[in-house]
Design a protein around this ligand. Structure first.
Ligand code: ADP
Length: 199
């Protein structure tokens, strides 16, 4: 089994690439975002740590995460963001290890982990290679504005604390330049898939 991390800045197209790869046979895709969301609700230790640090309002009465409350607490405050990450990231990383072992047992050929933050959580050490999906900044901004109905300044603010494209490109093992249409992206995914599994 080959394990691949898929990363990229917001709007680069990494979720789209993950979805296209996921259509192939014996490929398993895990999303770090989905995993973090699930763990924050299901993992008792994580819940307790979050409540201790951010208060009982972190969760709603039905046990679901109070995303709005948590976002208000940490937004624009680097210290609070760091505290949240210090609680959530180790749990997410540990879960990635488990998912990889499970995929191996299940006879998966390619396990791909889609995450905006690969290096920040140390997920790069757990996978064989990292794929960066990249696109010119303006295109990324426009895609996110369209996808989320956000304003330009909201998108730019969300981009501001992400690692720059240049640094990500230097660290990645594979790069897909997602600056064409969806058919072009499909071609890039197909050839990447072939080159990974031909190895
Ligand atoms: P990310 O997960 O990196 O934030 P997404 O995969 O969600 O990015 O892509 C951002 C938006 O751009 C989505 O609405 C997606 O459908 C669209 N998109 C991605 N790649 C292309 C492309 N090559 N052509 C047209 N639209 C695209």
């Amino acid at each position: 089994m080959t394990t691949l991390g898929i990363t990229g800045g917001i709007g680069s197209g990494k979720s789209t690439v993950a979805a296209l790869l996921g259509e192939k046979l014996r490929v398993r895709i895990v999303s770090a975002d989905d995993e973090a969301r699930r763990l924050m609700v299901e993992d008792e230790e994580l819940r307790t740590a979050l409540i201790e640090r951010f208060g009982a309002d972190t969760f709603l009465e039905d046990g679901s995460l109070n995303r709005a409350e948590l976002a208000t607490r940490v937004f624009g405050d680097p210290e609070e963001v760091e505290a949240l990450n210090a609680i959530v990231h180790p749990a997410v990383r540990e879960e990635l290890g488990k998912s990889i072992r499970q995929a191996e047992k299940d006879g998966i050929d390619l396990f791909a982990y889609e995450a905006a933050l690969i290096y920040e959580i140390g997920a790069n050490d757990l996978v064989d290679a990292v794929l960066l999906v990249d696109a010119p900044l303006e295109l990324r901004i426009n895609r996110v504005m369209q996808r989320d109905g956000s304003t330009r300044s909201e998108v730019v603010a969300r981009m501001s604390n992400q690692i720059s494209s240049d640094v990500l490109r230097a660290r990645a093992d594979f790069v897909i330049d997602n600056d064409g249409d969806l058919a072009a992206l499909q071609d890039s995914v197909d050839s990447l898939y072939r080159s990974i599994l031909d190895k």
